[in-house]
Structures are given as C-alpha cells and as structure tokens.
Design a protein around this ligand. Sequence first.
Ligand code: OAD
Ligand code: ZN
Length: 255
Amino acid sequence: MHHPVDQPDLDADLARAADLLRRAQRVAVLTGAGVSAESGVPTFRGAGGLWEGHRVEDVATPEAFAHDPALVWRFYHLRRAAVAKVRPNAGHFALAALEDRLGSDQLTLATQNIDALHKAAGSRRVLELHGRLSRVRCTGCDYLADRPGEELPELPRCLKCGELLRPDVVWFHEMLPHRVWREAEEAAEACDVFLVVGTSAIVYPAAGLIQTARRGGAPVIEFNLEATPASSIADVSLFGPSGELLPELLRRLDA
Ligand code: OAD
Ligand code: ZN
C-alpha cells in the first residue's frame, strides 16, 4: 500500500532541487516502475504485485523458464500486450526535456523499466539495464529481434535454429548486460547531480548506482510517493507523483 507522505515544505524542497540541478553540467538518472505508473503500467511491489498467485520474482527467473516456459511466456505475453497500448506520461517527457536542455551527452538515463517509454518520449541517451520487453532473443543461438506490438505464439520458436525464444529482459539471478551496466556506472561516477525516480531502490545492482553517485560527491534528488532506502542518502526527497513533480521542477529551472 502506498501511503502518500506528508511533506511540510514541498515548495522549499523543489526550490533546493532546482538549485542543485541548475548548477549541474552532468546529470545521471535512475528510473524504476514508478515513472511509468501514471502511464498505466503496474509497478512490481505494492498493490498488484502478484500474478496468478505467483510472485513476480518466481516467474521472472531462468529456473522458472526452464521448468515451465509456457507459464513464463503467458506472463510476458500479457505484459507485452499491456505495454503496447501505453503512452509516455509527463514525467517521461520532462526527463527528455531535461536532456535537451543540458545539451548532448550531458544526461544519462539508466532505467530498470523494460517498457521503452523513455525512448518513446524522446530521451536519446537511455541505458536499459533490464532489457526491453518488445525484443526477443533465442535460447539456442545469437538471434535477437525487435517484435513490438506483435502477437507471438504461446511458445515462440527461433526461425534460425528452432530453439525457444525468450523475452530479451534480465531475470532474477541473471547478469545485467555488461556494456550497458558499465556505462551506467561511469555516468553515476561522473555526474554532478543524480536523480532517482520511482524506484523502490531495493533491487541490486541497479540500486547501487545511487551509492556510487553519492560516493562520487553528487547530490541525490529522489522522486517517489513514499520513503525508500534511497531517502536516507538523498539530499532532497520529493514525495508525490513523478508525472507532476518532474514537470514542476523543469518549470522552476527557467524561473
Ligand atoms: P517497484 O515496483 O519495486 O517500485 C516502484 C516504486 O515507484 C515504489 O517505490 C513506489 O512508491 C513508486 N511509485 C509508484 N507510483 C509512483 C509515481 N506515480 N510517481 C513516483 N513514484 C511512484 O519497481 P522498481 O523499483 O522499478 O526487475 O523495481 C526494480 C526491479 O524489480 C524491476 O526492474 C524488476 C523488478 O522485479 C527485473 O525484472 C529484473
Ligand atoms: Zn536460434
């Protein structure tokens, strides 16, 4: 359950956040499911965290796929269909606008989301830490393909080798894509300000980017409905929907 946090001086906190951001040249961002919540994509934790009685952690593992690929694919077919219908919200658009404002290569957006909504909103430098739902790859060969919006068979097979295809996403117990992860770490180390948006900040290694940025001396600004483990290391925590807070922060940069 989300209990919206009472923030006595949101206005002053927004002003502090705007101040930090105005002075920054390089910005790194970590987003999670919360940034897409206002687009209608359900988050993992909290309400709706169970799927057909399974914890998400139990259908999103290589072990689950080996044991019951049809069950795992049913879960991903539903998610693919849901995500194909959604549009970016004001929070995604504000992050794309911030990238434009800072100029080329000054903003790196690392996302845990697999819905590709940051790209759809116009963000260019996006690091998809957990892969992308609309892409499939083969479990037997190096086949990799974009299949957005397409209805796949219950157990889709590779045209090249006949083995099962799987979603090109990172499951629990799997490594993050190596190059993408290295770029995210470098961005966290080098940034002047780090934004954490809509993540419960408990899934590693992604959540570790927040500590990496902090160790590198960057102030951390958090956007969430409620307090998270990131709140204790954030310089400013802004509690509310990211689709409202991010555009408000952007407006204040020019004010
Ligand atoms: P979670 O579902 O764990 O957390 C979503 C966070 O967003 C919570 O802290 C909410 O309070 C917050 N939130 C919800 N609505 C919001 C809104 N409108 N504005 C701002 N914040 C809002 O999602 P993640 O942190 O993304 O991994 O989860 C991390 C990873 O765990 C996912 O990438 C996925 C998952 O299992 C894999 O699949 C590998
Ligand atoms: Zn194959």
